[in-house]
Design a protein around this ligand. Structure first.
Ligand SMILES: CCCCCCCCCC/C=C\CCCCCCCCCC(=O)SCCNC(=O)CCNC(=O)[C@H](O)C(C)(C)COP(=O)(O)OP(=O)(O)OC[C@H]1O[C@@H](n2cnc3c(N)ncnc32)[C@H](O)[C@@H]1OP(=O)(O)O
Ligand SMILES: Cc1cc2nc3c(=O)[nH]c(=O)nc-3n(C[C@H](O)[C@H](O)[C@H](O)COP(=O)(O)OP(=O)(O)OC[C@H]3O[C@@H](n4cnc5c(N)ncnc54)[C@H](O)[C@@H]3O)c2cc1C
Length: 638
């Protein structure tokens, strides 16, 4: 085109030269990332369906008011449901469609917690009654556990459920201000029903926290039912972001529900008012949290890979300094500091993908065992889901922020996609269990395991992880050997818990590489990423490793040299490795991360779309700026 430089030409792949460097079969890696050819097909098809439908546009979110934003989210949720029904999408395809719509909404809690809670804690009869209504979205549910005064401490919840044998009902009541339900997603303005967690009282005796199905709103006109006070808790962190979700406040004033609306798989109350505890661990009442924690680990790999995709593509596009004789400046991805910050995050995205796959298997296995009343692996499943949720969400939240910084000033623009990704993602370090509280659960599990097994936590680890295993044992022995209480040592024990979780991630990455992995060069790339993940952590925590004596300072220096070499091996493959995530530009929502790398023209064009640029002279000029400039400010009415 006349007068348009190469850098401005649309339709040109400005990253083609990077893609041509790839040393492996990207299409084969796409299958590995997706999990299977079928999973790739579903993801690819549904992501393109969403990207091509203007009904799912999301580029205007940061300019909408809270009410406009929320109404737009309702519209999209309804449109998504209509699309699912019209196209007769399967449950798997529907879940993928909600994922690629990419907007926190009440549907996340309806499908992600309300339904799993009924499946996990409801009797067959309760499942047969409530699940068909929920699957058809004839009722919309939320998970109402947390209260204003208690979230972490579930046994401290104050809401009561008192059995009335005269009427065969439970009376659900909020006895104090702090017992108000607070935070449940979807509760504020949408949910018609809740799984409400309350202290069960039968015949004047308390039996701890149980789940109850409570209708909140009329299915005719959506008005709150008698005894129900419900609303939204207000704006949350960031603009747009999680404000698409109506996290709510709820108070019960002696609300009566039929006895058969207590979830009774774990415990029962008979019509005579007899409390019966099945011969299953009471912790099954926590089952939904275990389920969601394992899904959050998979979410972490998605969120981190999005941020890494944006930062990697932009790092290949951005040139700064280093021009020789008027030639092009240096791509910032070629700076060793940029590589040492970016490539461990790329390796972590892949590591979290594979640990998420393993955790999904572990959860399915423990669920199958529970059905056979085999509770032997429940403690390990709890410790793994709690610890890996904590580890991966902390690393992902920190990683998204690092990716923003890796993009320099432009990373701070909403059009980079990174501020909103960060704002939506960071609560993952808190919801479904505060990350420190969950690590304390892992520490408790380790203490019990060490005391039962003696020093060796487990010999079932691949050889490459001996240093990691020794580190955990050393950290535990240093703490457990000292006769002080758990509380006194808790900060140290949390460090051992993190080390244990890192051992699991490294082990599972190594085990993944022992599988058959098709595709030219694919396994080799994954081996490089696995080594980067393991050596980066060894370098970061080398104090631990040195103090165990299982590595020497020379080993530590060699590990660092190897890391630099590994970064050089990844460099030519970096763009192909993020292409393998197969994200559409729509899903990425980022000019910096656009597939064709044509960043500058898109940034420039996007700027003028900002509402502030609707007028050349800003609103307020005549009232405030002109008097200033004309030195009339002393007399102006401000
Ligand atoms: C727009 C831009 C796009 C960007 C998108 C980016 C991608 C982002 C993805 C997200 C997208 C959208 C968001 C929507 C999805 C959000 C979904 C999540 C919503 C969050 C929902 C919630 O938060 S629900 C509430 C969660 N609450 C908690 O987790 C509470 C935590 N506390 C507890 O679990 C417990 O209180 C405790 C474990 C801390 C303590 O338990 P307890 O009080 O019983 O005491 P003990 O510690 O003594 O435990 C007793 C024994 O029981 C064992 N135990 C404990 N828990 C369990 C368990 N769960 N399973 C099995 N066993 C358990 C414990 O080990 C003790 O055993 P022993 O030692 O043997 O005695
Ligand atoms: C975006 C978002 C969505 C949510 N959605 C839902 C939902 O749908 N349904 C629902 O029921 N809940 C929901 N929640 C609530 C969430 O589950 C709780 O906020 C979370 O479990 C943390 O509990 P808390 O707020 O009581 O934190 P606290 O426990 O009060 O944490 C405060 C501090 O105290 C520390 N601490 C607490 N106990 C200990 C201890 N024993 N030892 C050492 N330190 C400790 C913590 O580490 C933290 O640093 C949501 C929260 C958010 C932010």
């Amino acid at each position: 085109m006349e007068g348009v430089g190469e850098e401005e030409m649309e339709g040109v792949d400005h990253l083609a030269h990077e893609r041509n460097k790839s040393e492996f079969d990207v299409d084969a890696m796409k299958i590995v990332w997706a999990g299977s050819p079928h999973a790739f097909d579903v993801s690819d098809r549904i992501s393109k369906l969403v990207a091509s439908d203007p009904g799912f546009r999301k580029d205007n979110r940061s300019t909408l008011s809270r009410k406009e934003l929320f109404k737009n989210t309702l519209r999209k949720a309804a449109y998504a449901w209509k699309t699912i029904v019209d196209l007769r999408l399967s449950e798997e395809e529907a879940a993928k469609l909600r994922f690629y719509v990419d907007e926190p909404a009440f549907t996340d809690l309806h499908w992600g917690m309300f339904i799993p809670a009924i499946k996990g804690q409801g009797t067959e009869e309760q499942q047969q009654k409530w699940l068909p209504l929920a699957y058809k979205m004839q009722i919309i549910g939320c998970y109402a556990q947390t209260e204003l005064g208690h979230g972490s401490n579930v046994q401290g919840l104050e809401t009561t459920a008192t059995f009335d044998s005269q009427t065969d009902e439970f009376i659900i009541h909020s006895p104090t201000l702090t017992s108000s339900k607070w935070w449940p997603g979807g509760l504020g303005k949408v949910a018609t029903h809740a799984i409400a967690y309350a202290r069960l009282i039968v015949g004047g005796r308390e039996h701890g926290v149980h789940g109850f199905i409570v209708q909140l709103r009329s299915l005719e006109d959506h008005s709150p039912l008698l005894g129900i006070t419900v609303g939204d808790i207000g704006m949350k962190f960031g603009n747009g972001a999680y404000n698409t979700m109506d996290n709510g406040v709820l108070q019960f004033d002696h609300v009566r529900i039929p006895r058969n609306q207590m979830l009774m798989r774990v415990s029962q109350v008979t019509c005579e008012g007899k409390y019966k505890q099945s011969d299953v661990p009471r912790q099954l009442v926590y089952g939904t949290m275990v389920y969601v924690r394992q899904t959050i680990v998979a979410d972490a790999s998605c969120a981190l890979s999005r941020a890494v995709c944006i930062a990697t593509r932009y790092s290949a596009v951005r040139r700064q300094f280093g021009s020789q004789n008027g030639g092009p400046e240096t791509q910032v991805i070629d700076y060793k500091t940029q590589q040492s910050r970016l490539f461990p995050l790329l390796a972590s995205a892949y590591a979290f993908r594979f640990i998420g796959e393993w955790l999904k298997w572990l959860y399915a296995d423990v669920t199958q065992r529970l059905q056979a009343n085999d509770f032997s692996t429940l403690p390990e499943a709890h410790a793994c889901t709690a610890g890996l949720k904590s580890l991966t969400t902390t690393a992902t939240a920190d990683g998204i922020e690092e990716c923003r910084k890796l993009c320099g000033g432009h990373g701070y623009l909403c059009s980079s996609g990174l501020p909103e990704l960060f704002a939506v993602y960071v609560p993952a370090c808190t919801y479904e269990g505060d990350n420190t509280v969950l690590l304390l659960q892992v520490a408790r599990f380790l203490m019990k395991t060490v005391s039962q097994l003696g020093s060796r936590l487990s010999s079932k680890k691949p050889v490459g992880t001996i240093a990691y295993m020794t580190r955990v044992e050393h950290l535990m022995q240093c703490r457990c050997g000292v006769q002080r209480g758990f509380a006194e040592l808790s900060a140290d024990l949390v460090e051992a818990a993190v080390a244990h979780c890192q051992l699991i991630v490294v082990s599972k990455f190594i085990e993944k590489l022992q599988q058959e992995i098709p595709g030219k060069g694919v396994k080799q790339q994954l081996e490089v990423l696995c080594n980067i993940y393991a050596l980066f952590l060894l370098h970061k925590h080398q104090g631990d490793f040195l103090s165990t004596g299982c590595i020497t300072p020379k080993h530590a220096a060699l590990a660092n040299d190897e890391l630099r070499s590994l970064y050089s091996q990844v460099r030519p493959n970096a763009i192909a490795l993020v292409d393998a995530f197969n994200y559409t530009d729509h899903y990425l929502g980022s000019i910096l991360g656009c597939y064709d790398g044509n960043v500058y023209p898109k940034l420039y064009e996007a700027a003028w779309k900002d509402p502030l640029n609707e007028s050349v002279v800003p609103d307020g000029y005549h009232l405030y700026i002109r008097p200033l400039l004309k030195q009339e400010i002393r007399t102006a009415r401000l």
